[in-house]
Design a protein around this ligand. Structure first.
Ligand code: G3P
Ligand code: MG
Length: 243
């Protein structure tokens, strides 16, 4: 079973930063997950929350700030003084560094308003069209089905995963309609039989956010392909690989 650094590697370095990518590399991870949103001026930037308050030295809505404003913020001191110089990062710059480090990236398209689906998908598609990293090293995911449908239309060669908390009864129909590759779910709502059903249907199954070795071992024994984790765990038995 593979491990994917959640938001970079969120227990080791401030989330969704280049420092987190470097940390994932140092710990030998082959995958990271990141969250991306649009700035007010339509730049694609790594950020999880709707508000700036928790992860920067500023306040207010992320999406109401320009990239010029956001690029000045301290995105590391909240985590530890050691990261005081850390800045927010454009998706394009992040992908260039990930390619250099040979790390695969799960890009979660993060939406806080339904109306953002089209512009976010358009801008992410434009970044991906630059092929800053081989397309085989990218996996797209979102809780928002419309966003994934846009990505299917515009970047069909890049794999897509449907992100859910609880697995819906129509999960297979949804994945079929998106020509999806994987289902990403909250491990707390997964059962062994549901994991088996998904694997048997030929889909990858990846679970968030798993920070205990015991839980990782259980999920590996159920055939889960990859876990998202804030901290590196020992390799779990029962290895199955994502790609
Ligand atoms: O993509 C898996 C996981 O990151 C989804 O939840 O809130 O951490 O983005 P969240
Ligand atoms: Mg995420």
């Amino acid at each position: 079973m593979l491990q994917c650094g959640h938001r970079g590697l969120a227990s080791i370095a401030p989330e969704n930063t280049l420092a987190g990518l470097e940390a994932a590399h140092q710990y030998g991870l082959s995958w990271v997950e990141i969250d991306v949103q649009l700035t007010q001026d339509n730049r694609v930037v790594l950020f999880h929350d709707q508000q700036l308050d928790r992860c920067t030295n500023s306040r207010g809505l992320f999406g109401q700030h320009s990239w010029q404003q956001l690029s000045q913020l301290d995105a590391g001191s909240w985590f530890s003084a050691e990261f005081a110089n850390e800045r927010l990062v454009l998706l394009s710059d992040y992908l260039i560094r990930a390619a250099q480090l040979n790390i695969k990236v799960n890009i979660e398209l993060k939406l806080y308003a339904q109306g953002d689906a089209l512009p976010l998908a358009q801008q992410v598609s434009q970044v991906l069209a630059q092929r800053l990293i081989p397309e085989t090293q990218i996996l797209l995911s979102s809780f928002n089905i419309a966003t994934l449908a846009y990505m299917q239309q515009w970047q069909p060669m890049i794999k897509r995963a449907l992100l859910v908390k609880r697995i819906p009864h129509n999960w297979q129909r949804l994945l079929q309609s998106l020509d999806g590759h994987a289902l990403h779910c909250d491990y707390r709502h997964l059962t062994c039989s549901k994991a088996h059903e998904i694997s048997t249907a030929g889909y990858q199954l990846n679970c968030y956010t798993v920070n205990s070795q015991h839980q990782a071992n259980t999920l590996a024994s159920w055939g889960v392909n990859m876990i998202f984790t804030d901290n590196p765990l020992r390799q779990a038995p029962g290895a199955q690989h994502l790609v």
